[in-house]
Design a protein around this ligand. Structure first.
Ligand code: R5P
Length: 311
């Protein structure tokens, strides 16, 4: 018997979940996600999900703890409602940067969150542009890792920036930047970034040629904007012409909007993995990855290859 495809979401980004459903040509399952008077989360799925193949679509973006808790409660609720298979679709996986013991006496929170998601009831996980590829191994269930690259590269191919060099704002992002450079037939450079604190980074060197070149800075996320704005400034100091920014997840925490607003950057391109207000910055472009996520869900449901989306 064929399992019914069902999608559920919480309060983080219902319009993204709706866009995914439009692609899949199915309605979003009716659910209620609210708060009890004391702030505890109150969840109820209103449609029957027994025996279904269910996808909980929600980024664990700010407010991170509330959105994560909603996902955990939805997973538990679905498991107890006898859904046959449950996939946590976390386009942006919060806490991903806490993926190692960078110093003594700190937790590895990305692993803890991965355990919480699986313990709550996820049989599979789907995410996009994880901060580090190894985080896939933190999940003890199958994990599909999507890339926003096809959507981003399609856009940058269309605008066809001449004399382009793709720049990684730090050493950790080289693999991502190299993939973009290859597909855009562009040069490649790397910023040697030192992080002094959550909102303080230095670029010691720019390794590679940016002088007289247009630059595309590629990153997995913009949180406080410190890394990307420092990298943009360094590229310009090293003689770059126009600077473009491309980052999958617009976390935009703290003073990010102010910092990006003051940066000498031609265009900032992000995706809708995290909701952002329209017109927040005049040079901000939001590309949708809803169809890409929808296609990945369709393929998982039909037991078709997901990796072939990125060949
Ligand atoms: C760092 O390794 C990440 O890829 C991002 O560059 C960084 O975490 C973004 O944070 P922020 O915007 O606060 O500098």
């Amino acid at each position: 018997m064929k399992r019914k495809l069902v999608t559920v979401t919480g309060t983080a980004n219902p319009s993204f979940a709706k866009d995914v459903c439009d692609y899949l040509d199915i309605p979003l399952t009716t659910s209620e996600v609210g708060r009890f008077p004391d702030g505890e989360i109150d969840v109820k799925i209103l449609d029957d999900v027994r025996g279904s193949d269910v996808y909980v679509i929600q980024s664990t973006c700010p407010p991170v703890n509330d959105n994560l808790m909603e996902v955990l409660l939805l997973l538990d609720c679905l498991r107890r409602s006898s859904a046959e298979r449950i996939t946590a679709v976390l386009p942006y996986f919060g806490y991903a940067r806490q993926d190692r013991k960078a110093e003594g006496r700190v937790p590895i929170t990305a692993k803890l969150v991965a355990d919480l998601v699986t313990q709550a009831g996820a049989d599979r996980v789907l995410s996009m542009d994880l901060h580090a590829h190894q985080i896939q191994g933190f999940f003890s269930v199958p994990m599909d890792h999507l890339y926003a690259a096809p959507v981003m590269i399609d856009y940058f191919k269309k605008i066809d920036i001449p004399s382009l060099t793709v720049v990684s704002p730090d050493v950790g992002g080289i693999k991502m930047a190299r993939a973009y450079a290859k597909r855009l037939s562009a040069g490649l450079a790397i910023c040697d970034k030192r992080r002094n604190g959550p909102t303080d980074t230095d670029i010691v060197h720019v390794i590679g040629e940016v002088e007289g070149r247009n630059v595309l800075l590629v990153d997995d996320m913009i949180s406080t904007g410190t890394s990307i704005v420092t990298a943009a400034d360094s590229c310009r100091k090293n003689g770059a012409l126009d600077v473009y920014i491309c980052a999958t997840h617009p976390v935009l925490a703290g003073q990010a909007i102010e910092k990006l607003g003051k940066a000498l950057v031609k265009e900032i391109v992000v995706t809708d993995s995290i909701p952002i207000r329209d017109g927040i910055l005049p040079n901000l472009k939001v590309l949708s990855v809803a169809n890409l996520v929808g296609e990945a869900i369709r393929r998982i449901h039909k037991s078709e290859s997901v990796s072939s989306l990125f060949l």
